[in-house]
Design a protein around this ligand. Structure first.
Ligand code: G16
Length: 544
């Protein structure tokens, strides 16, 4: 099996976004596009010769072919062992688990997350480091720099590996091992949670509905919920992963997981509804006719962590991304633990988790996780909720959240997305906001006084690295916030995200519909950023 060195030329725009490189499938299908990126990653890394690499993805269109290319390139570049999930499948949290468990140097996860899949839809690739987490910016920037200079890549000339058969195969000087994609992850969950108690909950007649959205989590959820915990067959719906996610948009939110939401609104709906995204790291939690915002979910999990064996001795701290509501901050304060505010992107949690500063992390973008891996974890979040419901037998999801609000107050919260707007209009809108930041402090908007307005910047408390321009914040004296930022995960035009939050301590006022409770902030957010004038959009495309 000869190693060949192939001449190539750089492609524009191979800078990883919020979470890896995401582009339309035809972009990735250009000759050498994938190879250039993979070689750029290898070129940006040091000291991996003879070590192990993990490869897997969410099963979307192009997943298998891309995995074969990476295996041959990894072998040609000197990795000693390559672990790949059967069928080239590994959910993002499972990939993180496998990297950590086997002490791999790192891994590639093939996914465009919650974005649709198929021949004309999205594909993506991200590199995870030795701690199992998304590569930090110093690595992604080095990869980008390499991608602009690349002149050649190395690949083995070899037959494709049989990815459907478990076991080892020699590939040049390396060994490829096809592993069960579910086993290691399921074993980890069994160590964290009290599976006997959860099985008991199902035996008592508790009903759950888990919507895997035809994405990667189906086999994981079926194994854990139906096989190991004994939930009735049919608990997991849309459980067979498909290359195009069944034509759907594997994004677990009120818009794209509408079937689950509609089921949970029925009088005979399940007791707990959960959904996960394309690669299994996002989650949505719904009770009977009751949606739990991701920000509230993080806060509730933190407040009830001791109900779960792995966290019985308490958690050391929580971290949330800046646009995520401050609900978790209130729990941290009550528990006397640390609370960190980071830029958007799970990679910013890595150092805090590695240093033991935090145990739980969460983001408004339907991400929650703990120090058990270095990625957010959709199924873990569902098992956390199951554990809380088992520990507080008789309370519904809604009652648990309402109790929480009574104790800590309610952070009314919503995100308005304006999707597929022209990139220059979006940039212009942000530039205009930034230009006016200086004059905002002291002004009155939506009947509230602006305390400060700035562009969020972050200094990592562990390694001192910095990240600037992470979102425009308008912070009001009463604690309300309007935040603007552009998405870093889209593949078409730009998406403007507007995050709205207001705190309500009074339980008598915890029943206002969210959009009504935030109405004045919503209208101020549109006026201040001149959204309609600059984008032509009078209303957002998605509200969560
Ligand atoms: C990725 C990141 C998350 C981030 C999210 C939203 O999620 O891993 O940390 O919060 O993108 O990013 P944006 O607002 O820039 O679109 P995923 O699930 O897409 O990998």
């Amino acid at each position: 099996m000869p190693v060949v060195t192939v001449a190539t030329t750089p492609f524009e725009g191979q800078r990883p976004g919020t979470s890896g490189l995401r582009k339309k499938v035809p972009v990735f299908q250009q000759a050498h596009y994938l190879e250039n990126f993979v070689q750029s990653v290898f070129n940006a890394l040091d000291g991996y010769r003879g070590t192990a690499l993990v490869v897997g993805g969410d099963g979307r269109y192009l997943n298998r072919q891309a995995a074969q290319v990476i295996l041959k390139m990894a072998a040609a570049n000197g990795f000693g062992r390559i672990l790949v999930g059967r069928g080239a499948i590994l959910s993002t949290p499972a990939a993180s688990c496998v990297i950590r468990k086997y002490g791999a140097f790192g891994g590639f996860v093939l996914s465009a997350s919650h974005n649709p899949g198929g021949p004309h839809e999205d594909f993506g690739i991200k590199y995870n480091a030795t701690n199992g987490g998304p590569a930090p910016e110093k690595i992604t920037e080095a990869v980008f720099a390499q991608s602009r200079e690349i002149r050649e890549f190395r690949i083995l000339e070899a037959e494709d590996i049989d990815l459907d058969r478990l076991g080892e195969t020699r590939l040049g000087d390396a060994v490829v091992e096809v592993i069960d994609p579910v086993a290691d992850y399921a074993e980890l969950m069994e160590r964290l949670f009290d599976f006997d108690a959860l099985a008991g909950l199902f035996r008592s007649g508790f009903r759950m509905r888990y919507d895997a959205m035809h994405a990667v989590t189906g086999p994981y959820a079926a194994e854990i919920l139906e096989r190991r915990l004994g939930a009735p067959a049919g608990t997991v719906i849309n459980g067979v992963p498909k290359e195009d996610f069944g034509g759907g948009h594997p994004d677990p939110n009120l818009v794209h997981a509408h079937d689950l939401v509609a089921h949970m609104a029925r009088p005979d709906g399940a007791d707990l509804g959960a959904a996960s995204d394309g690669d299994g790291d996002r989650n949505m939690i719904v009770g009977r006719n009751f949606f739990v915002t991701p920000s509230d979910s993080l806060a509730v999990l933190a407040a009830n962590a001791r109900l779960v064996p792995a966290y019985r001795d308490g958690i050391t701290g929580v971290a949330r991304s800046m646009p995520t509501s401050g609900a978790a901050d209130r729990v941290a304060e009550a528990l006397g633990i640390a609370c960190y505010e980071t830029p958007t992107g799970w990679k910013f949690f890595g150092n805090l988790l590695d240093a033991g500063r935090v145990t739980f992390c969460g983001e408004e973008s339907f991400g929650t996780g703990s120090d058990h891996v270095r990625e957010k974890d959709g199924l873990w979040a569902a098992l956390m909720w199951l554990s809380i419901l088992a520990g507080r037998r008789g309370s519904s999801v809604e009652e648990i959240v309402r109790d929480h609000w009574r104790r800590f107050g309610r952070n009314y919260y919503s995100r308005h997305d304006y999707e597929a707007i022209a990139a220059d209009a979006a940039e212009g809108l942000m530039a205009n906001l930034r230009a006016h930041l200086g004059s905002l402090a002291g002004a009155t908007l939506a009947g509230r006084k602006v305390k400060t307005a700035d562009d969020f910047a972050y200094t990592d408390p562990i390694d001192g690295s910095t990240a600037a321009k992470q979102g425009v914040r308008v912070l009001f004296e009463d604690g309300s916030r309007i935040i603007y930022r552009l998405s870093g995960t889209g593949t078409e035009g730009a998406t403007l995200r507007v995050y709205l939050e207001r705190f309500e301590p009074n339980p008598a006022r915890h029943d206002i519909p969210t959009q009504e409770a935030l109405a004045d902030l919503i209208s101020a957010s549109r006026d201040l950023a001149e959204i309609e004038k600059r984008t032509g959009m009078a209303a957002p495309t998605v509200i969560t």
